[in-house]
Write a protein that binds this ligand. Structure first.
Ligand SMILES: Nc1ncnc2c1ncn2[C@@H]1O[C@H](COP(=O)(O)OP(=O)(O)OP(=O)(O)O)[C@@H](O)[C@H]1O
Length: 327
């Protein structure tokens, strides 16, 4: 459904050059729900805007929904849906008017556009809101309308840019449910960007991790997490017991990265749950009491940390600090 090779984009503004995307290769199969995960400024939106014909690549080629991006941009546009970060709705218009207007824009007759509006409202839980002005919708309702607007022409492939940005947890879960339904009930291919780790983890079949304009990892969330060197076990003990506990940790089969921290010892093992009985037995034999015991399974943030040396949150903080005034 998407095949891109060496896609790149450089911006030149006021004498400054930014390599926003540096040669991205990506493949998305029909029916996949793929997430593009990375910190702010990583190049997600720029890639999405190139794939949806809104921005011309500086280099590279792509086929999107069966059409060549450079050779047939109009063909691409006809076959895809695009839901940007800020929807294109008029605040005074009513929900049904916005949906019908898009239907007419795509050449539907008035009655056909109305029928499509009713069907989409049903799919995205907007039926009771059709007569409301757009400005009176909540954040989550508004995002559902944005998604509905991207589906009016029944595209087989839809791009969603940060579909749950700035939503509260309940509205996010609700939008996720609708995105899953797009794929499960309608077979739509979904390509979305996110900087939320839990969103990529819970929603996507496959995640492409992007940092600094380059894809640094691709895989199912579980696969990516399995690449991090195992679970982290943290044992809290009295200060005087630290050296003995570090020795015990080092003797646990396949343990690594044993480290003494302020109130305990931590180490990695491939499976924390399997190491636990042996650890407890050894502590018991040595007559050492624990103050706490935790097994931390890797998250996608650990994946990002392993690959780039910093967490997504840290990466975002440093981008905020670097951002030029007025950006
Ligand atoms: N029109 C532009 N002119 C100059 N630089 C730009 C332009 N658009 C994006 N950039 C720069 O390109 C880089 C990538 O931006 P992009 O918006 O693609 O990142 P992102 O991963 O989508 O971030 P976010 O999550 O904040 O949307 C950033 O350094 C950004 O400042």
């Amino acid at each position: 459904m998407i095949e891109a090779r060496g896609l790149a984009r450089t911006f030149r503004t006021r004498g400054r050059t930014t390599d926003a995307v540096r040669g991205v290769d990506l493949d998305v199969a029909a029916g996949e729900l793929v997430g593009f995960l990375g910190p702010n400024g990583a190049g997600k939106t720029t890639t999405l805007r190139m794939l949806t014909t809104l921005l011309r690549p500086t280099a590279g080629t792509a086929t999107v929904a069966g059409r060549d991006l450079a050779g047939d941009p109009l063909g691409v546009r006809r076959r895809i849906g695009y839901v940007g970060q800020t929807g294109g709705t008029r605040p005074e218009a009513r929900v049904h008017e916005e949906l019908e207007a898009i239907g007419r824009l795509y050449g539907r007759t008035k009655s056909d556009a109305r029928a499509r509006t009713v069907a989409l409202a049903d799919r995205l839980d907007l039926t009771d809101l059709l007569r409301r002005p757009v400005k009176a919708l909540s954040g989550g309702q508004r995002r559902r309308l944005d998604i509905a607007m991207g589906l009016v022409h029944d595209p087989r492939l839809v791009f969603l840019d940060e579909p749950t940005a700035a939503l509260d947890p309940r509205s996010r879960a609700n939008v996720w449910q609708h995105i899953r339904a797009l794929r499960e009930q309608h077979g739509t291919t979904v390509f979305l960007t996110t900087h939320y780790l839990d969103e990529a983890d819970a929603l996507c079949d496959r995640v492409l991790v992007i940092d600094n304009g380059t894809i640094v990892a691709t895989g199912a969330p579980a696969e990516l997490k399995a690449r991090v060197a195992g679970d982290l076990v943290a044992v809290g003990v009295e200060h005087r017991d630290l050296p003995r506990v570090a020795e015990i940790a080092a003797r646990i089969p396949r343990s690594s990265e044993v480290a003494t921290v302020e109130r305990g010892v931590q180490f990695r093992v491939p499976r924390g749950d399997l190491a636990m009985p042996e650890l407890l037995r050894a502590l018991d034999v040595a007559d050492i009491a624990t103050t706490s015991l935790r097994v931390h399974q890797p998250t996608l943030d650990d994946v990002f940390l392993t690959l780039t040396g910093r967490t997504i949150r840290d990466a975002e903080l440093s981008t905020e600090q670097e951002a030029p005034v007025g950006a």
